[in-house]
Ligand binder design. Sequence first.
Ligand SMILES: Nc1nc2c(ncn2[C@@H]2O[C@H](COP(=O)(O)OP(=O)(O)OP(=O)(O)O)[C@@H](O)[C@H]2O)c(=O)[nH]1
Length: 340
Amino acid sequence: MSSTRIPVVIVAGFLGSGKTTLLNHLLRNTRGARIGVIVNDFGSVNIDSMMVAGQVDSMVSLSNGCLCCAVDVSDMDTMLDKLAHRSSDLDVIVVEASGLAEPRNMIRLVTGSANEYITYGGLVLVIDAVEFDDACARHPELEQHVALADLLLLNKIDRIDADAHDDLLGRLCALNRRAAVVSTEHSRMDPGLLFDIPDRPEPQPGEQLTLDRLLYDDEHDCDHGHLHDGYDAVTFAAAKPLHPRLFVDFLETQPAGVFRIKGYVHVAAGLRSRAYLVHTVGDHIRFEPDRRGEAPATTELVVIGADLDTEAVRERLEGCIPTEPVSADAMYAVHRFTSR
Ligand SMILES: Nc1nc2c(ncn2[C@@H]2O[C@H](COP(=O)(O)OP(=O)(O)OP(=O)(O)O)[C@@H](O)[C@H]2O)c(=O)[nH]1
């Protein structure tokens, strides 16, 4: 490898903001750059790694907990060592944090790494333009995350009007005057903003926080709860296909506290069976055909929310497994939310 250190870019952002969409966009538009990926998911099944699998040569994935506190610096080093070593030919490593990670801890893990082949490449924060206000009302610390970022991706602008867009831009600039703000649909940003990082001056991890404070200021962490305190993840897998209408009912009348559902679902009605990638963020529901190719159709879902009654969530999902034949028109329920 060259003598230049590999920049490690952290992609963070609240649940469902568009981080995996960004990662997929970067992997499809590499412009010849070689990208290593570390993916972290909150649930015990790493849906995010399934969604980027096949596109990336070098990937390390961690599920069931938040990278930001599930690992310490030496664990992070073990992951980085798999990607960044003497013979590594990567141009950039992208770490996709879970939607509940503390970016400050993520920065600390990278800047504190003993790996001699990497350098901190900056924090990209993906912001859901639709959910940002509500999410900040529930979690005021999200404003601090904005202040730490080197690049802000204001995503999902297709779902807001021009006035709301202007308001958000104003708010973000007031929270962080240093970072560039890029407005995006489906996280489609110029990859050159990330891949050129080796040629840029090394970003400072946050204006107000010195590197020493990021590395050693543990006291601060104890004073503040983590974003993921109080959040639960329920993982649900089923071998039998689900009843499409009952499953859509579940999505439309989600149990209290649910904020994010993602994963793969296999539904069947009449003689037809279909497999989809399903996402909900708040009450926004989206189905896409499962494009994993030859993988057998299965249901593997992660349901994330605050103070969830995990048993109730599981029971409702189990109730979507039909006990008698399902009439063919039950499939229409899914078609309402299918993009193509
Ligand atoms: N309308 C619209 N939908 C988007 C946009 N970007 C992403 N999405 C959808 O939002 C949902 C969540 O996107 P992801 O990329 O999985 O979000 P994430 O931040 O990785 O989610 P977590 O890892 O669970 O925190 C998916 O259904 C995406 O297709 C956008 O710009 N506009």
